[in-house]
Design a protein around this ligand. Structure first.
Ligand code: BGC
Length: 417
């Protein structure tokens, strides 16, 4: 691992070369980190920048998956007032880069050797036309289940290993008067569940064919019907008040013991940790049963919008450098629930869920079982993603049978392309 002195010296050289030593200024950061755990992680970032004498102007727009944030961003850019740095996922980064409005982080990336430490799967989104346009702050994944351990112990339920065991465990919780599955009825939350369910039905091959390659046979075939059937099964274990509920309130139901399980990305762990809960003791983390070995990943990246003046560019370079430092990656990701976006970070400061996540990420990458999360913009561009959201949510709310939903998925995806 590079020492702090080496890094600081390299940065100083970059800044001197690229900015003529202009004064750093504020950064305005557009993001959707508004839950308790997310706010705690955000303050790690703010404090880190403060030590670099970079001021923080907060621009929060709530909503997982970033749909609402991206709508706000579009309006800001259209009115000629782009924020300095924007939390962004996957294909959105590529779309904005294609519009020619993002800055270039090549100098800092080269000085700090990002090419050698950031996994290729992330670089595919951080770079456009071979240039670094965004700094990846983490890796999350969506095919996780979070369980209240005391509730499981009370009901005599072991960690479910197969889909059938999972359904039996949900039923046992329901029979005991608990909510089986804590869920918030918002399209992105249903799409998050869908990532894990598709993997549980047909593994990474089917996931890739359907959600990434958009193969019509996979999108509309028997395995997709089975995926929708499984979504229907899950629907039968949510409570009556699920509609519109925020994801962190669903996490709170598991934390409080009102519900047994939540299927959610590992930002949910940030909520458990923020509530003082300990993995293995108070809660369990495991992959959606049937999806073991596969990982549907996403990475929060900060895309930098091109700036005219040198001080603003300097602040962006400093922010990117701060984000990429191994020390920051540990401080931030232990709170956020994610794992580092660089391969050379020591795993020992992380809790057991994160260590499991890091091992599984490396193993999935090795075996070809690492796939981009559809729910979080890493499988396809926004138009296709939104088309999928619509069908998944309509089915979840009883508008389509599983067969109809699979047909609708083919049509909606075709129309969106
Ligand atoms: C982001 C996470 C965030 C979650 C819920 C995801 O799209 O990648 O960082 O915690 O949404 O807000």
């Amino acid at each position: 691992m590079r020492n702090t002195f080496g890094k600081t010296t390299a940065m100083a050289a970059v800044l001197a070369a690229t900015t003529g030593m202009a004064q750093a200024e504020d950064v305005e950061v557009l993001h959707w980190w508004t839950s308790g755990g997310e706010a705690a992680a955000l303050s790690v970032l703010k404090q880190n920048l403060e030590t670099e004498e970079i001021g923080w102007i907060d621009m929060p727009v709530a909503g997982g998956g970033g749909e609402a944030a991206m709508t706000t961003l579009r309006a800001r850019v259209t009115s000629g007032d782009a924020p300095t740095a924007v939390q962004m996922l996957g294909f959105d980064i590529q779309d904005w880069a294609a519009e020619g409005v993002l800055g270039n982080l090549n100098d800092v990336a080269e000085a700090e050797g990002w090419d050698a430490v950031v996994p290729e799967a992330l670089q595919a989104f951080s770079k456009y036309d071979g240039n670094w346009v965004a700094a990846p702050v983490n890796v999350h994944s969506s095919n996780w289940v979070w369980a209240n351990k005391a509730v499981l112990d009370e009901l005599g339920i072991e960690e479910p290993k197969t889909w059938e065991e999972f359904v039996a465990a949900l039923q046992a919780a329901k029979d005991a008067g608990k909510t089986g599955l804590a869920h918030g009825g918002q399209p992105w939350q249903e799409a998050t569940i869908f990532d894990g369910v598709v993997l549980s039905v047909g593994g990474p091959e089917f996931y890739r064919a359907a959600l990434i390659d958009l193969d019509a046979e996979a999108l509309g075939g028997e395995q997709m019907v089975e995926a929708f059937n499984r979504m229907g099964t899950l629907r039968s274990f949510v409570d009556d008040n699920f509609s519109g509920r925020d994801w962190n309130l669903a996490s709170a139901m598991v934390i409080n013991g009102d519900a047994a399980f939540q299927i959610m990305g590992d930002w949910a762990k940030g909520e458990f940790v923020n509530a003082g809960k300990v993995p293995g003791e108070d809660f369990l983390c495991f992959r959606v049963p049937g999806s073991d070995g596969a990982v549907s990943f996403l990475s929060d990246q900060f895309a930098m919008f091109a700036q005219g003046d040198d001080a603003a560019k300097e602040a962006q370079a400093k922010m990117a450098s701060a984000i990429m430092s191994p020390e920051f990656q540990i401080a931030f990701n232990t709170v956020k629930g994610s794992v580092p976006s660089r391969t050379d970070v020591d795993a020992s400061p992380f809790d057991s869920c994160a260590q499991k996540g890091m091992e599984q990420l490396a193993a999935a990458s090795e075996s070809g079982s690492l796939v981009g999360s559809m729910g979080h913009g890493h499988a396809n561009r926004a138009a296709v993603k939104n088309a999928m959201y619509d069908v998944i949510t309509a089915h979840f709310n009883g508008e389509f049978t599983a067969e109809e939903a699979a047909d609708e998925l083919v049509n909606a995806v075709e129309a969106a392309q």
